[in-house]
Write a protein that binds this ligand. Structure first.
Ligand code: C2E
Ligand code: MG
Ligand code: MG
Length: 687
């Protein structure tokens, strides 16, 4: 029979239960609101038509007489026990000291134990503790959260790892204080291994098992990511993965695995991080494939890969990858210097030189290696790879079985013409051009009479570029007009300074004029303006033009030359002997000087001592006679002659004997800064 206070008891039970059984209703509600909502959900008992109520959230019996409640509780408990014992999912009840109170057979079987062995076991004996999960777990134990889902690695009794999804729920006592936790554990090892296998396959080459292009590009891009405290890169290119990605892979597949450690810092506290790459290609691999068959070729690749991996993937900052075919790469994400990379390349080559035992025969292969090494902030993954590719090609072109370090000058030569051409005008505005001067020496008196102005491009990335690299591009794009004008003004200003410092010597400056400057600009007005701006007397300016520039159709160049000559400027025909060499025509133009091309002078050597003259000597004799005849003819036409490319005393002496007037070449002085010319003038002699 229900007692007098049954209504009050039932209410107390309800309130207490509502406090204990905290359904996930959101945390913003006050305790009262939660209780009201919880009580509103309590259902009238259905079992015997009397007064037992059940919690809709946890199905606990909540009302009725003590006997009825006890019976209902026992029934509920045995249902729970049966569910606990028979569940296919692993379950464990854990106390506040992290010791297992109860565990079900499924859980014990999952980690290779018997149920009794696990009772009182500390959970860290079977679960790898992890700091980030630990924090959340402590929140749960303190009652600050009710549930936690984590992926955990359990230790199986045979030592292997069991991957599991674990849901941990907090169980509270009658007054709501945390009591136990209930862990429900699902074995996901199979899925996890499958995922790992797929990730491995996506990132590794199936033949050699080396990291593939995708992984290589991930690591390469990661090497460019800013490390802690470093400014993020500005609009850096990342290596293009579009064509390289395997199915189902994305750049984030490795997560944070490929981070780069901070380097030691220099005295200024900011030592630049560097990155290096050796791009390896086997020489003659196609021939091995064709003559011995693909089967042998494949085995060779496997053996090469194994040797490279064993010798060169020493630490996490180095990656040996197969980029495809017979191409491999060693990426050094924290390179110290170019020397480190070139000695690595040398080691690579000698490691591969040792014969391979393949299919009962000894195979000898060599490899070519392209090496690029530079500060991270100076490059992008795309450029690094592109330059490594170019450098590998140079190694092949230079004879294979060698390494080649990236050479900016050679690289610039191969840069797309478009790229350099578009960079020309902005470079002029940024002041990246300089002028060097090479003395023009009188052969009769050995004195410096003038100096040729030769432009250089101090490219911030490719170093100093010689005019052969960019003058043709500047001519094509028309940038030669402003560039040529700048050189003219710079050179005239310099000549005026020499004149001020050495008024007696009166040395002239000889400036190259491109055909397009004559055709496309008002060169006469420009020269006049520059002479006026700089104050240089016109007689101290010589303009060098090639024969082909004046031989074009129409009268414009001739008129321009005439106007310039009328101004008092001297005109020289540059590289004479390489074009039409039409002296008769040239003599009708206002031309004052012939500059004989260096190729004539090359043949000027000492005759073979004693003995019969050999072919070379005969050729030298012929050159000498031609030059002699040209000098005589030029003199007869009123022109003076300058010889280019004089590299030794013998050439200088023989030219002097032919009657050549002035000469220019490394024998006297290489092109250099204006100060070098001044130093020569001060010393009073060249050399
Ligand atoms: P160029 O006018 O015939 O200049 C002579 C070239 O021969 C220079 O090359 C010079 O450095 C090089 N040379 C001098 N002595 C020797 C020697 O003893 N042996 C050898 N093998 N070479 C020697 P650079 O400075 O590379 O200039 C190449 C060409 O670029 C010039 O040939 C000229 O045609 C053009 N160039 C240079 N500066 C300018 C410029 O301001 N405007 C224009 N339009 N063209 C320029
Ligand atoms: Mg010249
Ligand atoms: Mg020349």
């Amino acid at each position: 029979m229900p007692g007098r206070n049954e209504g009050a008891d039932a209410h107390r039970q309800r309130v207490r239960h509502a406090d204990m059984c905290r359904p996930a209703q959101g945390t913003a509600d006050s305790v009262e609101v939660k209780q009201q909502r919880h009580e509103a959900q309590l259902l009238p008992g259905l079992s015997d038509g009397r007064s037992i109520s059940y919690c809709p959230t946890c199905s606990a019996p909540l009302g009725g007489s003590t006997r009825e409640l006890l019976a209902a509780l026992r029934a509920s408990e045995s249902r729970f026990r049966a569910a606990f014992a028979d569940a296919g999912i692993g379950m464990a009840l854990i106390d506040s000291d992290d010791r297992i109170i109860e565990v079900n057979p499924a859980f014990a079987a999952m980690i290779g134990h018997e149920v009794p062995d696990l009772v009182r076991t500390h959970i860290h004996d079977i679960i790898d503790p992890e700091e980030n999960h630990r924090l959340h777990y402590l929140e749960l134990v303190r009652g600050e959260r009710d549930r936690l889902r984590v992926e955990k690695r359990l230790k199986h009794s045979d030592g292997r790892a069991v991957w599991s999804n674990v849901t941990i729920s907090l169980i509270r006592d009658g007054s709501g204080h945390p009591l136990y936790t209930l862990a429900m554990v699902e074995d996901v090892t199979e899925q996890r291994l499958l995922g790992d296998r797929l990730a491995y396959q996506a990132l590794h080459d199936p033949l050699t098992r080396l990291p593939n292009r995708t992984l290589f590009f991930e690591r390469l891009n990661a090497a460019f990511m800013p490390v802690d405290g470093e400014a993020p890169p500005e609009a850096r290119g990342t290596a293009d993965l579009k064509h390289e990605s395997g199915p189902g892979t994305g750049p984030g597949l490795l997560g944070g695995a490929a981070t780069v450690t901070a380097e030691p810092r220099g005295a200024d506290g900011r030592r630049a991080r560097r990155v290096g790459l050796c791009y390896v290609d086997l020489d003659g691999f196609a021939a091995i494939n064709e003559t011995l068959g693909h089967h042998v070729g494949d085995q060779l690749l496997v053996a090469v890969a194994a040797r490279l991996e064993r010798a060169f993937s020493r630490d996490t900052e180095r990656l040996v990858a197969r980029l495809g075919g017979d191409e491999f790469a060693v990426l050094v994400a924290d390179s110290a210097s170019s020397e480190q990379l070139t000695s690595l390349a040398a080691e690579l080559i000698s490691a591969l030189e040792q014969p391979f035992d393949i299919a009962g025969q000894q195979l000898v292969v060599t490899a070519s290696v392209g090496v690029v090494e530079r500060p991270v902030h100076d490059t992008t993954p795309t450029d690094l790879l592109k330059d490594a590719d170019a450098t590998l090609y140079w190694s092949k072109a230079d004879g294979r079985a060698r390494w080649t370090l990236y050479d900016p000058d050679r690289g610039a030569h191969q840069l797309t013409r478009q790229r350099l051409a578009t960079a020309l005008r902005p470079a002029l505005e940024r002041g990246e051009f300089t002028v060097e001067y090479q003395p023009l020496v009188g052969l009769a008196d050995g004195a410096v009479h003038g100096a040729e102005a030769l432009v250089r491009w101090r490219h911030p990335r490719y170093g100093t570029l010689s005019p052969d690299r960019f003058i043709p591009l500047a001519e094509e794009s028309g940038a030669i007009v402003p560039l040529g004008k700048w050189v003219l003004e710079e050179s005239c200003r310099q000549a005026q300074r020499w004149l001020a410092e050495f008024p007696d010597t009166e040395i002239f400056v000889s400036v190259n004029l491109a055909a397009r400057q004559i055709w496309d600009s008002d060169v006469v007005a420009d020269v006049a303006q520059v002479l006026e701006n700089t104050g240089l007397p016109p007689r101290l300016l010589q303009l060098e033009i090639t024969e082909s520039a004046v031989l074009g159709p129409g009268g414009r160049p001739v008129q321009a030359l005439q106007a310039l000559a009328d101004m008092g400027v001297r005109i020289a025909i540059d590289d004479f002997g390489t074009g039409y060499s039409n002296l008769a025509y040239l003599s009708r133009l206002p031309v004052h000087v012939l500059k004989l091309d260096g190729s004539f002078i090359e043949g000027f050597r000492d005759p073979a001592p004693g003995g019969r003259p050999d072919n070379r000597c005969r050729r030298a004799d012929a050159d000498e006679q031609i030059v002699g005849a040209m000098v005589q003819l030029a003199h007869a036409l009123g022109l003076s002659v300058t010889a280019e490319g004089i590299e030794n005393a013998s050439q200088a002496e023989r030219l002097r004997l032919t009657g050549c007037d002035t000469a220019q070449g490394w024998y006297f002085a290489k092109p250099g800064g204006a100060e070098r010319v001044a130093a020569i003038l001060r010393a009073g002699r060249v050399g």
